[in-house]
Design a protein around this ligand. Structure first.
Ligand SMILES: [Zn+2]
Ligand SMILES: [Zn+2]
Length: 324
């Protein structure tokens, strides 16, 4: 089978390799859509914290696919051990043994994928398989928002106009906020921001203003983190969802954080519980994240897909690889 493989940092190629023989507790999936994201670029660039990666690897942690009998499915990427203290209290994202498809075990950018059966979720009839590949980033955002516990009527600012920022604006609507603004960098994203359901799109921090009840940082850059901290109102929450690359730091305005009574939250990945919720939201049609997909390439053109992900003109949301 074909697989999009990173042998070591800076060495990525579509290769031929033996198909996986599924273990007794695993299902064999034929991936149909695989989302690429900034983390995949960081894996290629060797910028991911070494504790969360094992080379060589096959990319692909955001996917949908079909089982041998034609059932359409998605699957959690994190493989929790189910025995450690974190797993026992439901914090499967913090499992003592970190193990994730596309990071420490083969991912879905391949013709076949073996997945532990307990991590596979069925899609409702009629759910679009391309849209379903967005369950993973949706679950990441949803877990962060759950942690930030937005209250109805809040004012929220999303810093970042990429896929995670767009999905954050979209999912925030579930909490009936009074206002959602998105602070971005690329004017070309305006249409996507509107499709996400945000009330306003601004391109500079001055215009974004301050006093927000919740600021979601989804850009993954030190400057964006400083902006996010500065935009929170007293008693506000700042949710950090963006990864900036291992070792990168941002200055923390100490007095403003203390005087502002701020809560600064990081959120890592998703729990199994939140994943179920994300699948449910998609299966019932309560959310329709498909608007975020702007580019699709067959697996054979993975190189072009990665180039678009690194930078392109025009609107850019999720870049997908598609498989027959
Ligand atoms: Zn991702
Ligand atoms: Zn565990």
């Amino acid at each position: 089978m074909r697989a999009l493989r990173v042998d070591r940092p800076h060495s990525v190629a579509l290769t031929e390799e033996p198909a996986p023989g599924p273990g007794s507790d695993e299902l064999l999936v034929r991936p149909r859509a695989v989302g690429l994201c900034g983390t995949d670029l960081e894996l290629i660039d060797g910028a991911v914290d070494p504790a969360y990666v094992r080379y060589p690897l096959v990319l692909g942690h955001e996917w949908s696919g079909v089982l041998a009998d034609g059932t359409a499915v998605v699957g959690e990427g994190i493989v929790p051990c189910r025995a450690c203290a974190a797993c026992e209290r439901g914090a499967t994202n913090l499992c003592a043994t970190y193990d994730e498809l596309g990071f420490t075990r083969p991912g879905a950018a391949a013709d076949e994928l073996a997945v532990p059966a307990r991590l596979v979720h069925r899609l409702a009839p009629g759910v679009d398989l391309a849209e379903a590949a967005l369950v993973e980033p949706m679950a990441v955002v949803l877990r962060g928002l759950r942690r930030a516990a937005p209250e109805p009527g809040l004012r929220a600012l999303v810093v970042g106009d990429g896929t995670i920022g767009l999905l954050a604006a979209h999912l925030l609507r579930l909490w009936s906020p009074a206002e959602i603004r998105v602070l971005g960098r690329r004017p070309e994203q305006a249409g996507l921001v509107a499709a996400a359901g945000a009330d306003r799109f601004v391109l500079d921090a001055e215009e974004a203003g301050g006093g927000y009840d919740l600021v979601v940082e989804a850009a993954g850059a030190p400057e964006a983190v400083r902006t996010a901290l500065g935009a929170a109102g007293r008693g506000g929450r700042v949710l950090l969802l963006g990864l900036a690359g291992t070792g990168r730091t941002a200055a923390l305005p100490i007095d403003d954080t203390v005087n502002g009574d701020l809560t600064v939250l990081g959120s890592f990945a998703y729990t199994s519980e939140v994943w179920r919720e994300a699948v449910h939201l998609l299966n019932t049609g309560e959310v329709a994240p498909g608007f975020v997909i702007t580019h699709r390439f067959p697996l054979a053109e993975a190189r072009r897909a990665l180039a678009v992900l690194r930078g392109c003109n025009g609107p850019r949301g999720k870049v997908l690889l598609t498989l027959p």
